[in-house]
Design a protein around this ligand. Structure first.
Ligand code: SAM
Length: 279
């Protein structure tokens, strides 16, 4: 791959998070972690030199890969020669309307990507919050971010993003990946996370109420949840206390100790009580 990049005078751009993978075993392992088979439509974000795109195209029905950097065009057409089921879209994925992307994909699909680190969380949140036909994501991210995606309630890894992901499905780290496997080598190790929208997850009365409850729970980690609720939803101390005791949340608890499903139940109670806030 390095020879191919040199042949087209390609220079790595830090601002696009360009750390490429070349290890074929690792690439195939990611495809297998994702559960890609001959019926799967895959959306890849950040094709790079196309190593993962090619590994995906060997197993998938179809691969649509986004790439922001047009200077990779000749590299990609060489890497993907003969991959009839792979298509590269040279656009900035973070500016895309997900509804339109999903319409073009035409049905259920999986996201598989070695994500550019600078847009990891917004890209994942886009699918978590807006994805309608997305079955899940298998993404390479910085190890620290991977831990946050899968964090247990009450730990320092647990946050608003963890709770949002857990509402849609399950998240687990499938493998740790050393920084030495990337070109150029980044300063931190990475991990592959599989977020599965087809297992786990839970329903809520109002997605907006859930989002705002989660935001409120983690707003001020040093304050009690009761205090945060009072401010966020204009509740008296008594009202906030009643909501929490209805869910058997101990007095003085902090938001980060409530597991995602309990935050969901709390958001339902808030929705009932303050419906006008969410219309
Ligand atoms: N998939 C390749 C691999 O595994 O070797 C490349 C991964 S590299 C970490 C991330 C890629 O995403 C880069 O090629 C970068 O140019 C591209 N990229 C960065 N921002 C993007 C965006 N907003 N939309 C689409 N592609 C983007």
């Amino acid at each position: 791959m390095e020879e191919r990049l040199a042949k087209y005078n390609f220079t790595f751009k830090k601002r696009y998070g360009q750390n490429f993978l070349t290890d074929l075993n690792l690439l195939r392992a990611i495809v297998s972690d994702a559960g890609v088979n001959e019926n799967t439509v895959v959306l890849e974000i950040g094709a790079g030199a196309g190593a993962l795109t090619r590994a995906l195209s060997e197993r998938a029905k179809k691969v649509v890969a986004y790439e922001i950097d047009k200077s990779l065009q000749p590299v990609l057409s060489e890497t993907l020669s003969g991959c009839e089921n792979a298509e590269v879209v040279f656009r900035d994925f973070s500016r895309e309307d997900l509804r339109e992307v999903e319409q073009t994909l035409g049905g259920e699909y999986l996201v598989v990507a070695n994500l550019p680190y600078y847009i990891t969380t917004p890209v994942v949140m886009k699918f978590v919050e807006e994805g309608k036909t997305c079955l899940g994501l298998t993404v390479m991210v910085q190890e620290e971010v991977a831990r946050r995606f899968c964090g247990e309630a009450g730990t320092s890894d647990y946050g608003a993003v963890t709770a949002a992901i857990a509402r849609r499905g399950t998240a687990k780290v499938t493998r740790l990946v050393s920084r030495t496997l990337f070109t150029p080598r980044p300063n931190v190790d990475s991990a592959v996370v599989k977020i599965d929208f087809t297992s786990g997850g839970f329903g809520v009365r109002s997605e907006r109420a859930f989002r705002e409850t989660v935001r409120c729970a983690f707003l001020n980690r040093r304050k009690t949840l009761e205090n945060n609720l009072m401010h966020a939803f204009s509740l008296s101390r008594e009202e906030a206390g009643e909501l929490l005791s209805a869910l058997s949340v101990p007095e003085g608890a902090r938001g980060e100790t409530l597991p995602p499903a309990q935050l969901g139940a709390l958001s339902d109670l808030i929705f009932e009580k303050k419906r006008a806030l969410f219309l």
